[in-house]
Design a protein around this ligand. Structure first.
Ligand SMILES: Cc1cc2nc3c(=O)[nH]c(=O)nc-3n(C[C@H](O)[C@H](O)[C@H](O)COP(=O)(O)OP(=O)(O)OC[C@H]3O[C@@H](n4cnc5c(N)ncnc54)[C@H](O)[C@@H]3O)c2cc1C
Length: 509
């Protein structure tokens, strides 16, 4: 068994919120705007505030570094992701994504162009993906070999239908599946899709082919950590139909990525905040008063009280009832209504490139058709130096086949060696020498990784209460407000919260 560690979100610190018993504040600090949570949404709020010349803010993050689900590790060879790893080409609706990419020099020229040019180093190098099925690697995501004509016909019809849906508009004139989702049509006819599961929508629409169902199921596991018979059809279709971004120098299905996954985007957002991001800072109590918000924060063994005029909550919604005793009842119910998908990732450090099975050549994203895990991405794929000694593979697995509570129990109780053995056995099918080459295998657990878009959760009550919540001093951010977790959604919610706070400050003057 290769050496390694059992890592993950700091559950010991997180569980202290359940147990209480925090030390009383021993000092007080003042700031204008306090942002809780240093993931993409919190960092986006900070980014937007700094761009709006609001300088007196702080970001509080409980982990030892910012980035949330978009953090990365670093080996002597290469950086590698612990979670989020790609960003599809942004369409023109994703104005904030494009503004950030332009600021970072990755989008070159006019950020409003239909087909901007992107820095080649961030465009995923080909081959982008392959899938392993029946002992062979196939190019792309959808298996083609050994599939009969009728099934290939369904695959084609599915793609055509998704292309049509990309352009579909509701009776209010808005795109049916926009990203960010807040811009999507509110035509009730389309919102009714939120009532049924994605698997049911496929069957109702004559899609019965196993490979089409597999693709839909894979997409839901990949983006939502859930099987397609548990996911809202609106969310399932959104995955396929929301992205309409194009590039002057790449095909429209190309994604933006880097060895460290999306951590470069988190860093880019954090640049303007500089040393105003405080880590190791667990927020354990919030009290909204007439003139401000008092926030108690644990740093090591000491509590500091922060007095702020405005608070942006950019941490997951389920944490809020634990820290805000006076939280309004309706909002509390909405925060507690949803559940979160548990996830496991692992980084395998290899001393050489592994032996290959037959079929398509090694790609960035290597998908396993019939496996508990989704597959793996290769950190060195983006590097120009071709003949490296070794690589790092990031393995992904959503625990979608058990209830979220059972998944969390498994994450808490299963030792690293058991996970590592399972992962090596799974990858040995495609790379027979992987055990010999793996010099280190770290496992990362994320028990509340992302809010689950189950049928009824997006447009039939509770999510909207989170998204529309207004109080004079507390504003919510976080991807939870969209009901599912994507970079574009997290960034949008952070920017929107910053805009609301900036507007309030102007009124108050
Ligand atoms: C395995 C995995 C793979 C993914 N892959 C992709 C991908 O490829 N592309 C993509 O677009 N998205 C991906 N995602 C989705 C990803 O979650 C979003 O892109 C985005 O990072 C979410 O940001 P956020 O700010 O909404 O949430 P989070 O990342 O959850 O950030 C919230 C932050 O709040 C902090 N916090 C919580 N409680 C407290 C407290 N009491 N006090 C202080 N701080 C607190 C947390 O530590 C955390 O850092 C992936 C997610 C996972 C889990």
């Amino acid at each position: 068994m290769p050496p390694g560690e059992l890592l993950g979100m700091n559950h010991t610190l997180g569980h202290r919120l359940r147990d209480g018993n925090f030390p009383a504040p021993s000092e007080t600090r003042k700031t204008d705007v306090l942002i809780v949570g240093g993931g993409i949404s919190g960092l986006s709020a900070a980014w937007k505030l700094a761009k709006s010349a609001v300088d007196d803010f702080l970001v509080l993050e409980m982990e030892s570094e910012a980035g949330g689900n978009s953090r990365a590790g670093q080996s002597p060879l290469v950086a590698y992701p612990w979670g989020a790893h790609y960003l599809p080409l942004p369409g023109r609706e994703a104005v904030h994504v494009r503004a950030l990419l332009a600021e970072l020099g990755v989008l070159q020229g006019d950020p409003t162009a239909l087909k901007p040019t992107y820095d080649e180093r961030y465009l995923c190098a080909t081959p982008q993906e392959r899938v392993y099925r029946n002992g062979l690697w196939d190019e792309g995501l959808l298996p083609q070999r050994g599939i009969d004509a009728a099934e290939l016909g369904q695959q084609k019809r599915f793609h055509e239908r998704m292309d049509d849906l990309k352009h579909a508009r509701g009776r209010d004139g808005r795109r049916v599946f926009a990203i960010p989702m807040a811009l999507a049509s509110r035509d009730p006819e389309w919102l009714a899709l939120d009532r049924i599961s994605f698997a049911r929508w496929l069957t109702d629409n004559g899609f019965t082919a196993p490979t089409v169902h597999w693709l839909a199921n894979y997409a839901c596991r990949d983006d939502y950590g859930m099987a397609h018979d548990q996911v809202s059809a609106w969310a399932g279709l959104h995955y396929f139909a929301c992205r309409d971004g194009e590039a002057a120098n790449a095909s429209s299905d190309t994604v933006l990525t880097a060895p460290e996954g999306n951590a470069w985007l988190a860093r880019g957002l954090a640049q303007k905040a500089g040393d105003r991001v405080l880590t190791g800072a667990l927020v354990w109590r919030i009290e909204e008063g007439k003139s401000g918000v008092a926030v108690d924060v644990l740093f090591g063994a000491k509590t500091t009280r922060f007095e702020a005029k405005q608070l942006i909550w950019a941490a997951p919604a389920f944490v809020l009832p634990r820290v805000w005793p006076e939280m309004p009842g309706e909002l509390r119910a909405a925060a507690q209504a949803g559940d979160y998908a548990p996830w496991l990732t692992a980084n395998l450090h290899l001393s050489d490139l592994p032996a290959e099975r037959q079929g398509a050549p090694a790609a960035w994203d290597n998908v396993l058709y019939d496996s508990p895990g989704l597959g793996y991405v290769t950190a060195t794929h983006q590097l120009i130096r071709r003949h490296q000694r070794g690589t790092v593979l990031t393995y992904y697995r959503a625990l979608h086949d058990v209830t979220p509570a059972e998944g969390r129990r498994l994450l808490l109780e299963t030792p690293r060696a058991a996970w590592a053995e399972g992962i090596l056995a799974e990858l040995e099918r495609v790379h027979p020498d992987i055990r010999k080459l793996t010099t280190r295998l770290d496992v990362f657990r994320n028990a509340h990784a992302m809010r689950r878009p189950v049928p009824g959760s997006l447009f039939h009550g509770q999510r909207e209460k989170l998204a529309n919540f207004e109080s004079p001093r507390i504003t919510l951010a976080h991807a939870d407000l969209s009901g599912f977790s994507l970079f574009e959604e997290a960034q949008y919610r952070g920017v929107l919260a910053a805009e609301r706070v900036t507007a309030r400050r102007q009124v108050a003057r």
